[in-house]
Design a protein around this ligand. Structure first.
Ligand code: TRP
Length: 348
């Protein structure tokens, strides 16, 4: 055989190196169908083609939950169970715990010198949250600074793809700004820029029509919801308050049932026909709700079953997190050292 046709492993590893994904969730509550539509499906689809890391963001959760650390701790295993239940495969995706990756905290401290308070306050995500929570000047400093910490999360893994909901886009933008400043100071590209991967459908509203779905807001359908809970949630779902009689024309915009059908019903043509019918009048909410309930029951039944299986062996879930964190520690330590060197800090 000709020498040149022999496989060359070194060359192969560089050409086949997969792009890196880092994304994560605050461990403040169980994941819900908004997370599913928002980023879990992207993460599932990409775990073969990408080197994927999922961060259980417990330290970021502390930035607005320091009064309830028990909640943050308890939800570490819950969120990990949710990941495994939807089909995240620990053989392909590394699940790791933020508080046990010291390099993330160290990089955060370095990055805080490459961002101003004014810029942090201008971040639309932060601005919205400051308003929603009524923080004013009493904002916890950790909360104001979490965009720098999130930049540390992303860059420590040298991630180039970040699957998130659309509310997170300004954070990825700010991450890239910090990366550019670090690179400019270093005089070379130490940190790659990352791209947010945002689902087309946009953010799923709560069952009551409010923009943000959350377990604490009581308007979520969690991935572990029982058959009954799903049924009740769909029955209580916000539609068109002016659609009083079946024969009346109804509004599709802002009608949560249609928003969810758009997100979860694969038969797009049928949904389009249902929208026309609803607008014309003569289509009742009950018919639509039955259709949506069937779809959600079918989606969540296998997830619920798998979750029960996974949750029955917490020691195994614990092991998966510990092993993933071990792998992540080496990668994040290496990046931290590289950044320190590139910035020209003293070497010991
Ligand atoms: N901010 C994200 C959220 O609130 C969680 C998160 C922490 C994250 N670190 C991240 C997301 C890094 C993407 C990349 O859900």
């Amino acid at each position: 055989m000709d020498q040149t046709t022999l496989p060359r492993p070194e060359a192969e590893t560089t050409t086949t190196a997969k792009p890196v994904i880092l994304t994560g969730d605050r461990t403040t509550g169980p994941l819900h169908i908004g997370h599913y539509a928002g980023s879990l499906t992207n993460r599932l689809a990409l775990q073969d083609s990408h080197r994927q890391f999922l961060l259980l963001a417990d330290t970021q959760a502390l930035t607005d939950n320091a009064h309830d650390i028990g909640k943050v701790r308890r939800n570490v295993l819950e969120v990990a169970c949710d990941y495994l239940a939807v089909g995240i495969d620990p053989a392909k995706t590394t699940i790791c715990l933020q508080s046990h990756l010291p390099a993330l905290a160290e990089l955060s401290m370095l990055y805080l010198n490459f961002v101003t308070v004014a810029r942090l306050e201008r971040n639309p995500t932060i601005k919205d949250e400051i308003r929603a929570r009524g923080f004013g000047r009493d904002i916890p400093a950790g909360f104001l600074c979490y965009p720098a910490a999130q930049a540390a999360d992303i860059t420590a893994f040298k991630a180039t793809v970040v699957p998130v909901g659309e509310d997170q886009a300004p954070l990825i933008e700010q991450c890239n700004e910090i990366a550019r400043r670090v690179n400019a100071t270093a005089g070379r590209e130490v940190l790659p820029e990352a791209q947010a991967l945002i689902p087309e459908a946009g953010r799923l509203p709560g069952i009551d029509g409010r923009a943000k779905m959350s377990k604490s807001g009581g308007n979520a359908i969690t991935l572990s919801a029982s058959e009954d809970e799903i049924s009740q949630a769909v029955r209580a779902m916000f539609t068109d308050p002016d659609h009083l009689r079946v024969e009346d024309p109804g509004k599709v915009e802002g009608n949560v049932v249609f928003t969810y059908l758009d997100a979860f019903d694969a038969a797009k043509d049928e949904v389009a026909a249902l929208k026309d019918h609803y607008r014309r009048g003569g289509l009742g909410d009950a018919v639509l709700k039955r259709r949506l309930e069937d779809i959600l029951q079918a989606l969540l039944a296998p997830i619920r079953a798998r979750r029960a299986e996974v949750a029955s062996d917490p020691a195994q879930v614990h092991r998966i997190i510990a092993e993933g964190t071990h792998v992540a520690r080496e990668i994040t330590e290496a990046t931290k050292r590289e950044v320190m060197d590139a910035l020209g800090l003293f070497r010991l």
